[in-house]
Design a protein around this ligand. Structure first.
Ligand SMILES: Cc1cc2nc3c(=O)[nH]c(=O)nc-3n(C[C@H](O)[C@H](O)[C@H](O)COP(=O)(O)OP(=O)(O)OC[C@H]3O[C@@H](n4cnc5c(N)ncnc54)[C@H](O)[C@@H]3O)c2cc1C
Length: 368
């Protein structure tokens, strides 16, 4: 069996890795550099709480792989199960958290509820005005710069052919196979997996499948390094845009949220950081950690991410084209899911079935 994976972000590299381990002859084609799309821009949150319930089985599959990433990939991608703390500042947030915690319980996700005293004792200095919090101890973060190159290298060691910096000039299906013509040569395979991220819509449209996907850039920033004091990833249960932050081991505090995403033109797909969003973000971050008031912000960035209208990704077999599969449009929360997406897509392609339920993500939901 052979396959072409289109797109070398986290989804494409993880898929190539797991396909190669299943003995599929796989070629990964990336038009730019491996991991340099939405993946490298990610905040790096490996969070399950608050996810759409339909995603939790896939998120559980993914978390199990994150826990083994160093062994599987042969290098440290800085996955740390530091826990995910979500602060609550109002009764709406408390109601939402409790409702979600009840609903998520059957999906291997247990959220501890912390009252204000527990919160202050266990996490001094975080959210002094919070009335409560949830804590998910097995979640955490990883380094978005490291993970896609690590999957691509591991895929190559497992036998995959990685073709990067290869603009795609044409792609078509003949009777026998798919043909992808790139600036570096023509590749053919019986299976084509569309992992083109925010650009997956264009690939799907070539095969007659329309997906309501918009391209947007979440706003991120990072501070200068300061002594390491913040262990968990910190977020908020909020009906508005909540801020979130984490402190990397080198001491910098990465943060995002609290402001609307900026629109991004998919061609060329470079997302701009908006300097005017920074004061609002910083004000929100200071509610989470007031001690950051004295710390300098040294950089802002964004990345082009595909958001599907119903906020769920597109995953599974094509509805129009035998041999074509999709895994794109991860709506700002694909980093956690990435390893599980690769493993699940490889299982689906290699065996024709998948132990993890994917029906809610099928592209056929838009066919009507
Ligand atoms: C600023 C930001 C912060 C985020 N924070 C988080 C977070 O904290 N937690 C979380 O879970 N998720 C987060 N996300 C979302 C997460 O990063 C993405 O969902 C995930 O990385 C998507 O991976 P991907 O492989 O689908 O897409 P990408 O990484 O964008 O990869 C797609 C690749 O396909 C290539 N490509 C496109 N078209 C073609 C073509 N025709 N031929 C060949 N190659 C092609 C592109 O060049 C690109 O490299 C964030 C996203 C952004 C932008």
């Amino acid at each position: 069996m052979d396959a072409i994976v289109l797109g070398g972000g986290l989804m494409g590299t993880a898929s190539a890795f797991f396909l190669a381990r299943r003995g599929v002859r796989v070629t990964l084609i990336e038009r730019r550099r491996i991991g340099a799309g939405a993946t490298v821009a990610s905040f790096g949150n490996i969070r399950r709480s608050g996810r759409h319930l339909a995603q939790l089985p896939l998120a559980a599959r993914s978390l199990a792989i994150w826990n083994e990433a160093q062994t599987l990939l042969g290098r440290d991608v800085e996955f740390r199960a530091t826990g995910h703390l979500r602060l609550i500042f109002d009764t709406d947030g408390l109601d939402d958290m409790r409702r979600y915690a009840r609903a998520a319980r059957g999906n291997d996700l247990t959220l501890e509820e912390l009252g204000p005293d527990d919160l202050r004792r266990r996490f001094p200095g975080l959210g002094p005005d919070a009335i409560a919090a949830s804590f998910s101890p097995r979640d955490g973060s990883a380094n978005p710069r490291l993970v896609a190159p690590a999957f691509a290298d591991a895929a190559a060691r497992a036998g995959a052919c990685i073709v990067d910096e290869a603009p795609v000039l044409d792609m078509r299906q003949s009777e026998a196979d798919f043909e992808v013509k790139t600036a570096k040569g023509v590749h053919r395979a019986a299976t084509l997996l569309n992992c083109a991220g925010a650009w997956g819509r264009e690939v799907a449209a070539r095969f007659g499948e329309e997906v309501p996907l918009g391209t947007w850039g979440p706003q991120m920033a990072v501070t200068e390094p300061v002594p390491h004091r913040i262990a968990p990833v910190v977020g908020v249960w909020s009906r508005a845009h909540g801020a979130y932050l984490r402190q990397v081991e080198r001491g910098n505090v990465v943060f995002g949220g609290a402001v609307p995403r900026v629109p991004v033109a998919p061609d060329p797909g470079f997302a701009h950081a908006d300097p005017f969003s920074l004061p609002t973000q910083v004000a929100s971050v200071l509610k989470l950690v007031p001690a950051l008031g004295e710390v300098a912000v040294i950089r802002q960035w964004s990345g082009c991410e595909g958001y599907v209208a119903d906020n769920l990704p597109v995953m599974g077999a094509s509805g129009t084209t035998p041999g074509l599969f999709h895994a794109f449009g991860f709506c700002g929360h694909g980093f956690q899911l990435g390893p599980g997406v690769g493993d699940a897509m490889a299982e689906l392609i290699a065996t024709g079935g998948c132990a993890t339920p994917l029906a809610d993500f099928s592209i056929t939901r838009f066919a009507a």
